[in-house]
Write a protein that binds this ligand. Structure first.
Ligand code: DER
Length: 232
């Protein structure tokens, strides 16, 4: 399908930036899965020597199944490059991530990298962040109170909407790799993403939010006709 072509060509282009000996952060999501596959092909065909730090158990399993050497972030200590997807990106390359529920490990890994390259299809490019619900990770203890406190805090933020929903996995709450909940914030439009990212993490019980501010260095945009654009 055109959307798969778009994700594939973006992923393939990103993998061209990978050099022998690199320690890589491996993102999560459908676009990142294409990246893992393209990376595994270079390992197999060229003998590329790299190690990968996954941002979710599902990425770890995919990478291992394709012959990529997987290590922990603590073993790697620091990474040369993280390649990951995004749900939205704006002109400043600020992102909303977390559609796949892996935002906590994704943000830790991306921050512990010299460079972050984001791979997307064109639909992710927005003028203002916020149309995509902003995921936050919340510990299970008192999560309903935390959720209510977050909504109250949003009342004084530069956002259009302030409702939130607990992310479900079928008829039970979605549980992250760390055993936490995800609450999605329906903000419609975020006026000041930098300020919102700081304020959200001050609410007791909120572990992390899906706003990636000043973390992404380059966005590679794939198109259904095979074209690839780069923004940095
Ligand atoms: O959960 C995430 O942060 C993913 O990277 C998400 O933002 C992009 O997933 P997709 O490539 O399947 O659209």
């Amino acid at each position: 399908s055109p959307i798969d072509t778009a994700k594939f060509v973006a992923a393939k282009r990103a993998v061209e930036f990978v050099e022998d000996g690199m320690k890589l952060g491996l993102g999560t999501g459908s676009t990142a899965a294409w990246m893992v596959r393209c990376l595994a092909e270079r390992v197999r065909d060229e003998g590329l020597k790299i190690v990968g730090v996954p941002t979710s158990t599902r990425t770890a399993e995919l990478a291992r199944s394709l012959g990529i050497k997987v290590i922990s972030l603590d073993e790697a200590k620091w990474l040369d490059l993280t390649i990951d997807g995004a749900d939205e990106f704006d002109a400043e390359l600020n992102l909303i991530k977390g559609g796949g529920g892996a935002l906590l490990q994704e943000k830790i890994v991306a921050t512990a990298s010299d460079q972050m390259i984001v791979i997307t299809d064109a639909a992710k490019e927005v003028e203002h962040l916020g149309a995509f619900p902003l995921p936050i990770e919340v510990i299970p203890f008192g999560w309903q109170t935390t959720k209510a406190l977050v909504e109250e805090t949003l009342g004084s933020m530069d956002v259009l909407g302030q409702s939130s929903t607990l992310r479900m996995n079928g008829d039970v709450p979605f549980i992250t790799d760390e055993g936490n909940h995800i609450v999605d914030l329906h903000l419609q439009r975020i006026g000041n993403a930098r300020q919102l990212a700081l304020v959200l993490n001050q609410v007791p019980g909120v572990v992390e939010n899906g706003l990636f501010i000043d973390i992404c260095d380059k966005v590679i945009i794939g198109h259904g006709d095979g074209r690839v654009q780069t923004k940095d």
